[in-house]
Design a protein around this ligand. Structure first.
Ligand SMILES: NC(=O)c1ccc[n+]([C@@H]2O[C@H](COP(=O)([O-])OP(=O)(O)OC[C@H]3O[C@@H](n4cnc5c(N)ncnc54)[C@H](OP(=O)(O)O)[C@@H]3O)[C@@H](O)[C@H]2O)c1
Length: 336
């Protein structure tokens, strides 16, 4: 299953709105094929394995797959049919399908046909492969990652111009690479007006460009901004006068499974106040700036226990900066 997980990761950033999935085919006592889901509409991981091996299998042969095989026709035929036709005798599943409409159906179909199915091998790791997909398929709303480059005194402050960075080039490259893994990048209009960001994935030439989402109430936006005029202009969406949760629901309906909120402070503060943040990516620069643009202002938590507690923390030094990534614990109820 560890090999299948590594195989699944090869699809990172390419499969949305499908999950990343990996599979390993074990026949005649050894690994004979590997497969991963490459992109929407292409063969699923276990089918890719079976096709690449291409020979009749025996009851003693097994396929390991990180996610329950599908049993319905979607963009491709059901994987359960390909498994049954192959002749193999055992399927080892990492995690069951999180989609309430399909959950457990693939496993039941295989078992009913006499295949041995083992479920839950490295289940946590397999589930974590697809945090965005899992949330989106269960709630219709994308996973929200709040990201910013922050001074040690909690500011986002940047003036106009190219040399106003809080963090160094290595941290900025790190942040830019992550954009390739999300379906949308969201900013507030003030960030557009002051920074005129491109919100593109620089090291992914020819690759997928996430949607660029701009929020404005006033509608006062510079028509010559990069996001409206560059070659990805048709990947920019403008939402005017829509609450953030409604924007997220609209994006979910467009098959957006993950949104990276890249500021500014007002939008980040709203996301925090409205308890919409699932993960944070903070790049802490070795600098104090003071000034008015606070990273997460909003109205704030009424009391410390009602703040957003984090878990799964990772700290990484990148040049002189520190990258902190973490997940939101489930939100506590607001105290009355
Ligand atoms: N260090 C970093 O990582 C980083 C990242 C991004 C930005 N920044 C800096 O942050 C500053 C900008 O931040 P900011 O807090 O002033 O502003 P902001 O969050 O970028 O934008 C605020 C604006 O967004 C619009 N808006 C916010 N919520 C909305 C909603 N729910 N519906 C519709 N429109 C909504 C409004 O636009 P209208 O005014 O058009 O109505 C509002 O004035 C800039 O100095 C920028 O350089 C730093």
């Amino acid at each position: 299953m560890r090999v299948a997980i590594a195989e699944a990761r090869k699809g990172t950033g390419h499969t949305s709105p499908n999950p990343i999935v990996g599979a390993v085919l074990v026949a005649r006592g050894g690994v004979v094929a590997l497969g991963h889901h490459q992109k929407v509409g292409s063969a699923h991981a276990e089918v890719r394995c079976l096709e690449s091996y291409g020979r009749r299998l025996r009851k003693s042969d097994s396929v390991y797959v990180t996610l329950e095989p599908c049993s319905t026709t979607g963009r491709t035929p059901p994987c359960t049919e390909a498994i049954l036709a192959s002749g193999l005798g055992c399927v080892v599943v990492g995690t069951i399908d999180p989609n309430p409409k399909h959950q457990g159906r693939g496993i039941a179909t295989l078992r009913a046909a006499g295949i041995e199915v083992r479920v839950g091998v490295l289940a946590d790791e397999c589930t974590k492969l697809n945090e965005a997909f899992n949330k989106w398929v269960q709630t219709g709303r994308p996973l929200v990652i709040a990201k910013c480059g922050m001074t040690l005194d909690g500011r986002l402050t940047r003036g106009p111009g190219e040399d106003q960075w809080i963090t160094g080039p290595a941290a900025r490259r790190h942040a830019n690479r992550f954009r390739a893994q999300v379906d949308a990048i969201l900013i507030g209009a003030e960030t557009l007006r002051i920074d005129n960001p491109r919100l593109t994935v620089r090291e992914n030439p020819g690759g997928r460009q996430p949607w660029r989402v701009v929020l404005s109430r006033s509608g006062k936006l510079p028509g010559n901004a990069h996001v409206f005029t560059d070659r990805y202009a048709n990947r920019t969406l403008l939402f005017e006068n829509k609450p953030l949760d409604v924007v997220l629901d609209s994006l979910g309906q467009k098959d957006v499974t993950s949104v990276l909120i890249e500021g500014g402070g007002e939008v980040l503060g709203q996301a925090l106040d409205q308890r919409l943040v699932n993960q944070v990516h903070i790049y802490l620069g070795a600098i104090f700036s003071g000034g008015p643009v606070i990273a997460f202002p909003g109205t704030g938590a009424p009391s410390t226990p009602e703040g957003l507690r984090l878990c799964d923390l990772r700290y990484e030094q990148i040049g002189d900066d520190v990258f902190i990534s973490a997940k939101a614990r489930s939100h506590p109820p607001r105290l009355q």
